[in-house]
Design a protein around this ligand. Sequence first.
Ligand code: UT7
Length: 330
Amino acid sequence: MTKITAAITAVGGYVPQFVLTNKMLEEMVETNDEWITSRTGIKERRILKKEEGEGSSYLAIQAAKKILEKQHLDPAEIDLVIVATATPDSMVASTAAFVASEIGAKNAFAYDLLAACSSFLFGMSTAARYIESGRYKKVLLIGADKMSSIIDYTDRTTCIIFGDGAGAVLFEPNTEGLGLKDEYLRADGSGRQFLGMEGGGSLLPATEQTVRDRKHFIFQDGKTVFKFAVSNMADVAERIMKRNNLADTDVSWLVPHQANKRIIDATANRMGLDQSKVLMNIQRYGNTTSATLPLLLSDYEDKLKKGDNLVFAAFGGGFTWGSIYLKWAY
Ligand code: UT7
C-alpha cells in the first residue's frame, strides 16, 4: 500500500490594516527606532482595531477565507479546523468552533491548540497525524493571534515586539512522498516563569487586584528567553538536518519563528545557510506568535517550488520549541 503523507496544498495570510510604526512607539514609551531595529529587526507591526474587527477569530476567518477563495474549496469538505493561538476569543468556548461555523465548515470538528509561539508548529504535527491516519482528507490549520489584546502599551520591553495577524494552511494526503517528513518537538515547563501572562487563568483568576497589578498583560524576561531561544532553535534545526542527512545545500528554505532577527540569524548560521534562504518578514509584522510561520508561507508562496526542502523552527513560552522538515508539494 502506498504511504500517505500530509502535504500543505494551500496557504492564506491576513494582517489587519492599522500599522504601528517604531516612530509611533517613540511617542508612547521611552524607546527609539534605532534601538528597536538593531535589537529586534522590527520596523512596524499590524494592530487589529475595533472598527475593523474583533478577536483572534476575526483574523483567523480572514486567513481561512483566502484559502477557500483561491482554491474554490467548498468549506463543507473540510474535516477538521484547528486554531493555533495564544489569544483565543475567550476562555472555555473553542475559538476554532466559531471560526469553522463562520466559514461554513459545517461538517468539521474544531478545536484550539495552545502552545505559545510554537502553537502553529505543534499544530502542523497534529494536523499531519490526522491526514496520515487515512481517516481525514482536509485539515485546515490556522495560526491566529491578536497579541495587542494582552500587551501593555506602557511596557517598552514587550510592546515593541508583538503584532496581530493570522495565517492558514490546508493539509491534504499525498502519495508522492511530499509533505511533512520529520519533526523534533520539545517542551520545558520551568520556562513559564520567564515568559507568559500571570492573570486570567485558573491559577490566578481575574480580580480587581490582578487588574490593578497589570497581571493580564504578557511579561517576559527578554534576556533569559533570548538565550534559551537562540540555543534551542539552532539545536533542533541542526538535529533535524543531521537526522535526515540534509546538507546546507539540500535545504531550500528556513522558515523560522519571527521573534527577533538576531535569533533567526543565529539559527541560520548554525545550519550553515545563506541569508537568501531565510524567510523573513519580522520587519513588517513583528512577532505575531502563532501566525509567524503561515504568514511567511503566504508572503513567500511564489518562491516555493514543488520538492523544495523546508526546515521550520520555533521557540515560545512554556517553554515550547521544535523543528519540522517538510517537502513543499506544489
Ligand atoms: O516569541 C517568543 C519568544 N520571545 C523571544 O524570543 C524574545 C527574546 N528576547 C529578545 O528578543 C530580546 O531580549 C529583547 C528584544 C526583548 C530585548 O533585547 P536585549 O538585547 O536582550 O535587551 P535587554 O533586555 O538586555 O535590555 C538592554 C537595555 C536595558 O537597559 P540597561 O539596563 O542596559 O540600562 C533595557 O532597559 O535596553 C533597555 N531597553 C530598551 N531601550 C529602548 C529595553 N527595552 C527597550 C526599548 N527601547 N524598547
